[in-house]
Ligand binder design. Structure first.
Ligand SMILES: [Zn+2]
Length: 242
């Protein structure tokens, strides 16, 4: 059993390294996923800003049209001035000119306000587009990095799997099966070191007789009564002579 445990401990170290690759891969994938949703949200924002800018441009066009009409009307009225026959006509014409001028002024003010809003909208749109461009570059470089990492992980994984297979030959098959079963159920740890009568897998005290048996070295497979992991001690077998 002592030998089995020694090899099993090395196998567990390899399994943890393999789990590390997997977790690193997942964290990269998550980063990429987050970037993609950030880009999508920013694109939608840019699209909305673009539509808002378009609506403001339509308002400006409307104001321009009204200004042109008012100017035209004033021009026509001014031409009529020379042909007025009496005070009543003069007063009516003056009123009309004043009204057209007033409308023109109001429309000019309106247009200036729209133009300012359009400037603001365009600035926000530019910022949103720049953000999308920046994040897209970031995502591309992350993709390249992941591709390189994938090759690296694949290579390392192949080596680790081979190492595990060769070590496995030194572990009793039933012990190995039990280790794999517990490992799959216990977050990747099938084996736990016992220190000061405490299982390092779950940090709960184990019965003293189990500890003594482990210290002496036993042919029996000892498991933690709480987390069921296979137990071992670093100085296993040292007391065997006693
Ligand atoms: Zn335990």
């Amino acid at each position: 059993m002592r030998d089995s445990m020694k090899y099993l401990e090395r196998i567990q170290r390899i399994d943890l390294e393999i789990k590390g690759f997997d977790e690193e891969g997942k964290s990269y994938a998550l980063k990429l996923e987050n970037l993609a949703s950030e880009i999508e949200a920013a694109k939608k924002n840019a699209e909305t800003l673009g539509q808002e800018a378009e609506a403001i441009r339509a308002l400006i066009k409307g104001s321009e049209e009204k200004i042109r009409e008012s100017a035209e009307r004033t021009g026509k009225d001014e031409k009529k001035m020379g042909a007025v026959k009496n005070d009543r006509e003069l007063s009516a014409l003056t009123k009309e000119i004043n009204a057209a001028n007033k409308t023109k002024k109001l429309c000019e003010m309106e247009m200036a306000a729209h133009a300012q809003k359009l400037d603001e909208k365009n600035a926000a749109l530019k910022a949103a587009e720049d953000f999308v461009a920046g994040k897209t570059v970031e995502a591309e470089s992350l993709k390249t990095e992941i591709e390189a990492k994938n090759t690296e992980w694949k290579e390392a994984l192949g080596k680790k799997e081979a190492e595990k297979t060769s070590l496995k030959a030194n572990v009793r098959p039933e012990v190995f099966r039990k280790y794999e079963m517990i490992r799959s159920r216990r977050g990747g740890l099938g084996l736990a070191l016992v220190k000061n009568e405490t299982c390092q897998g779950c940090y709960i005290h184990i019965p003293p007789q189990v500890y003594i048996q482990l210290k002496r070295g036993t042919d029996e497979l000892m498991t933690c009564p709480h987390c069921h992991r296979i137990l071992y001690v670093e100085s296993q077998g040292q007391l065997e002579a006693i």
